[in-house]
Design a protein around this ligand. Structure first.
Ligand code: MG
Length: 409
């Protein structure tokens, strides 16, 4: 008999939240939603809460009333809490076994760490926690017995390609005394990138592309931040940093290849020369369903992949001249410590400015590089230190923004 898995979805009104809800709805006997969070979209949160009747709901300050009105009678027995601490309360609740983190940006850090510290099964679907404090999270997971399941599609694909003993080692279920990381059997991880909407756009034209064009991702339906990151290839850069943290592997053993069809989600090369890949349609419900039910398999609702309809799979080298974000992210992964946090913060400021039409597409990497040149890297040992560095990098990026805009490149 399947044990009921009590799930909290943080960021339920976003795209990861929507995919998770869809998977959960298909398996009412297996999952029960006991915690939900949404920030600004009170009515959407209220309606979802009325459907699932979670014990605890977290929302932005001043939004509880609107959530309760939208949820109506369905929320009679739900506790609705406001503010960042509410996210932590949900993540650590005794009524929650599994926490799905789909909160965009650095706001997802404290609840993710809280869930790991409470020893939960944690589906890390947002990038920031692993980029900004990956080694800290993995260390805490080893200490508390929390099980971190990679849910970004590429990292979930890598995880699926690993042999069971390695999966057990990574999820904290290995026999005592086992080493961490994926060890000497694995020689290389290859993350695939679709290349985004500007894969073959000439360098000269890239300077003038608009945010609307950048949002038109060819294969994946995602939130605006991730879509723009996919267009600059920073998304893959952040995933490189994530992979190093999750699998305890140096960046020199993580390759990135452009694969425009988004069918092969990633590959693992073994020391004997075998290459194992995970293939599926580009549908986030697949990694989410995998991580929710792991080690079992359940229906995700995704359509079956027709290889003959796909017909051909192409792979090419990424162009770091046209997409410098990839180079910057690799350098940050190599440097480690606080450097990925600085990269991520400067990127968030740059992407917002680009969305607002203030910054050109090719100025995004320029701003990030300037911030990285100025702020020195340091060791990070706590959430407070990470948050402080994040703040400092954002302020500096905002301060430098006008001078980059003025160059007009
Ligand atoms: Mg991804």
């Amino acid at each position: 008999m399947t044990v009921l898995n009590r799930v909290a979805i943080l960021g339920v009104t976003g795209s990861i939240g929507a995919s998770t809800v869809d998977v959960v709805r298909r398996h009412p006997g297996r999952f029960r939603i006991t915690g939900l969070s949404g920030w600004q979209q009170s009515s959407a949160l209220g309606l979802l809460a009325a459907e699932f009747m979670p014990e605890m709901i977290a929302t932005a300050p001043g939004h509880a009333g609107a959530v309760r009105v939208a949820g109506g009678l369905g929320l009679a027995s739900s506790q609705i809490l406001e503010g960042p601490d509410a996210l932590i309360r949900v993540a650590q609740s005794h009524n929650v076994d599994t926490v799905v983190t789909g909160i965009v940006g650095a706001a997802g850090l404290p609840p993710t760490l809280a869930a790991v510290q409470a020893g939960k099964r944690v589906l890390v679907a947002n990038k920031e926690p692993l980029v900004m404090m990956g080694s800290l999270l993995m260390e805490e997971a080893r200490r508390t017995g929390a099980c971190i399941l990679p849910t970004d599609s590429e990292h979930n694909a890598v995880f699926q390609c690993l042999p069971l003993p390695l999966q057990q080692r990574l999820t904290g279920n290995a026999p005592a005394g086992s080493t961490t990381g994926i060890g000497s059997e694995i020689s290389r991880i290859t993350l695939t990138a679709s290349g985004g909407p500007f894969l073959h756009t000439p360098a000269a034209a890239l300077a003038n592309v608009s945010a609307t064009q950048a949002l038109e991702h060819p294969n994946w339906k995602m939130g605006p931040k991730v879509s723009i990151d996919s267009a600059t290839l920073m998304n893959k850069g952040l995933e490189l940093i994530e992979a190093c943290a999750l699998f305890s592997i140096p960046e020199s053993q993580v390759d990135i290849v452009i694969h425009p069809q988004s069918i092969v989600h990633s590959l693992v090369e073994f020391c004997d020369g075998s290459l194992i890949a995970q293939l599926a349609s580009a549908d986030m419900r697949i990694p989410i369903a995998h991580a929710l039910a792991y080690p079992e398999r359940i229906n995700s609702g995704a359509t079956s992949l027709s290889l003959t309809a796909v017909a051909s799979l192409q792979f090419e080298e990424p162009d770091t001249e046209r997409f410098p974000c990839l180079r910057l992210a690799r350098e940050a992964a190599r440097a480690g410590g606080s450097v990925p946090t600085i990269l991520n913060a400067a990127n968030e400021v740059a992407v917002s400015a680009f969305q607002e039409g203030k910054l050109g597409f090719m100025q995004i990497p320029q701003l990030i590089e300037r911030v990285l040149d100025v702020l020195p890297g340091e060791r990070v040992t706590s959430l407070e230190a990470v948050t402080h560095i994040d703040d400092k990098a954002r302020q500096l990026a905002q301060h430098m923004l006008p001078s980059i805009v003025a160059t007009g490149v």
